[in-house]
Design a protein around this ligand. Structure first.
Ligand code: FES
Length: 509
């Protein structure tokens, strides 16, 4: 088996049973905020477009690049579609002409021409854009796992597919916390460091569990080339950002897992795997170029910023004009959804202020109402450029979280803790999605089973997404941390320290 890196989460996988093109991404995403790092435009995209299968793991625009697909991938390609509860990804692909769809099923291995294929979907409200997935392949010469952004809970099921020879996983996540928040620089530096550490710990958790001899960190970090966002590159111009790079991560991995071979995996990196033998070469960048790009990272970003401004100008020109009735449009869209979502509204339980250009509005979730702001006390607040909202209104974009928020082109503040329900609402602006997450939350009940960790008796299932805490939970100073998403719980009081609600049942033995 041969795996070629295409940049970010992009893979071109050649197997004895056919080739698979995974998550190819070239064009700037999220309102021109994100560019692939390093620049992957020099790859032979025509060649990769001729794959037998197309796998788009999820709808995030750094994994799903409609413009690139249209340019290089013929519409008769076979699409490996994850089994998601909503049909948004399928509709997006069909609207581009990709109708040759192979519907995969959760937990079911497909066999074609000697190639075993397993697509594992994640379907919780907080899994990416309500749906994320991983891909396992086995052609008899190698078993690989492309986990990209997914955070699978049932790791045993993944391992049941076969012992993984090469493991491709995200290590440097995508979030706007703390960069977009109303915080002092010192606070941002502090929280950014915690976030980087948490992301590294989560990647290490999965590396431990998957236990593959070869690990390829991928699916991040992005590059920010707009002047407003440029300081967010890497760990930030002033230490306020969260994007650990490949070399920094591999340095940590070398210390924590000296027995694991970690490899820098970039556009043009070619990995040949044959019955346990793995060789890694680079075809797009020379070793000297790679060393220089990491040793002088800001110079690399600067060069990219200078040469790629035209793409940013084109993106800005493509945004919608701000409509005079922006407030009325938001109200007419959101209020019926709020009425359908008692669990989400209850979980948010507060007033949220949105300052959008000249419009100042309040989403009153307890009352299910959107009205003009009138000096009310709000627990959460967002300031968003009006042309971003106008574009989402024009395009009827149902996921504002994974469009506006991931662009980091906004500011936010809050009193108290992160509220998962609020961000879930912002990514579920359709009846189908709202109904799905309402049902999902109503079915989340703890099984009543307790387990012992150190000298505490705690519920087995994590109150966040039900990970098995006998595997993912650790306790330090009375605080339980679940390694899956680094949520923390104060065991004496049962309070979740990471988000509103989500109490845990625990007692000291
Ligand atoms: S399952 Fe997400 S923190 Fe436990």
């Amino acid at each position: 088996m041969r795996v070629t890196g295409l940049g970010h989460a992009g893979l071109f996988i050649e197997t004895l049973g056919g080739s698979v093109l995974c998550d190819p991404w070239v064009h700037p995403a999220f309102f021109g905020s994100w560019f692939p790092f390093p620049d992957n435009r020099g790859l032979d995209w025509e060649k990769f477009g001729k794959a037998d299968y197309l796998y788009v793991s999820h709808r995030h625009r750094d994994h799903f690049d409609p413009k690139l697909l249209t340019q290089v991938v013929p519409t008769d390609i076979t699409v490996l579609l994850p089994e998601y509860p909503t049909d948004d990804l399928e509709s997006d692909l069909r609207s581009l002409g990709y109708n040759n769809i192979l519907y995969t099923k959760a937990g079911e291995v497909i066999e074609r021409n000697g190639l075993r294929i397993l697509v594992t979907p994640m379907r919780a409200p907080s899994d990416g854009p309500v749906g994320d997935s991983s891909l396992s392949l086995d052609d008899g010469t190698a078993v690989i796992l492309d986990q990209n952004d997914a955070h699978p809970l049932d790791i045993d099921a993944l391992l049941g597919f076969g012992k993984v020879d090469a493991y491709f996983t995200q290590f440097s996540g995508a979030i706007w916390w703390p960069m977009a928040y109303d915080l002092t620089l010192e606070e941002k530096q502090h929280f950014a460091q915690l976030k980087r550490e948490a992301q590294t710990k989560r990647a290490q958790f999965y590396i431990n569990k998957i236990d593959a001899p070869h690990v390829f960190p991928m699916a991040g970090p992005p590059m920010f080339l707009d002047d407003d966002l440029f300081p967010f590159n890497g760990q930030g111009k002033n230490g306020e950002s969260i994007f650990t790079d490949q070399v920094e991560f591999l340095d940590v991995l070398k210390q924590s897992h000296p027995e694991t071979a970690g490899h820098v995996f970039l556009p043009g990196t070619v990995v040949d795997i044959n019955n346990g033998n793995v060789t890694v070469t680079n075809e797009l960048f020379s070793d000297a170029e790679i060393a220089d790009m990491f040793a002088n990272k800001w110079a690399y970003f600067e060069n990219q910023r200078t040469t790629r401004q035209a793409e940013l100008v084109a993106e800005k020109a493509s945004r919608a004009p701000v409509p005079a009735d922006l407030f009325e449009q938001v109200k007419a869209w959101w209020e019926p959804l709020m009425k359908r979502a008692p669990i989400l509204c209850d979980g948010i339980g507060a007033l949220v202020r949105f300052t959008i250009g000249d419009d100042d509005l309040v989403a009153d979730f307890p009352k299910g109402e959107v009205r003009r702001y009138n000096d009310e006390a709000c627990r959460y607040w967002f300031t968003i450029p009006a042309d971003l909202v106008a574009t989402n209104l024009r395009d009827h974009e149902i996921d504002w979280s994974n469009s506006i928020f991931l662009s980091v082109r906004f500011t936010a503040g809050r009193i108290g803790k992160f509220n998962e329900y609020l961000y879930t609402f912002m990514k579920c602006l359709s009846e189908q999605r709202i109904d799905y997450v309402e049902n999902w939350y109503s079915e989340q009940s703890d099984t009543g089973e307790d387990i012992r960790i150190d000298d505490w008796l705690v519920q087995r299932r994590c109150p966040h997404l039900r990970a098995d805490l006998s595997k993912a939970g650790t306790i330090e100073n009375g605080v339980l941390t679940c390694s899956l998403h680094d949520w923390k719980f104060d065991l004496a009081s049962g309070r979740c320290l990471t988000s509103q609600g989500h109490e845990i049942r625990a007692s000291k033995i």
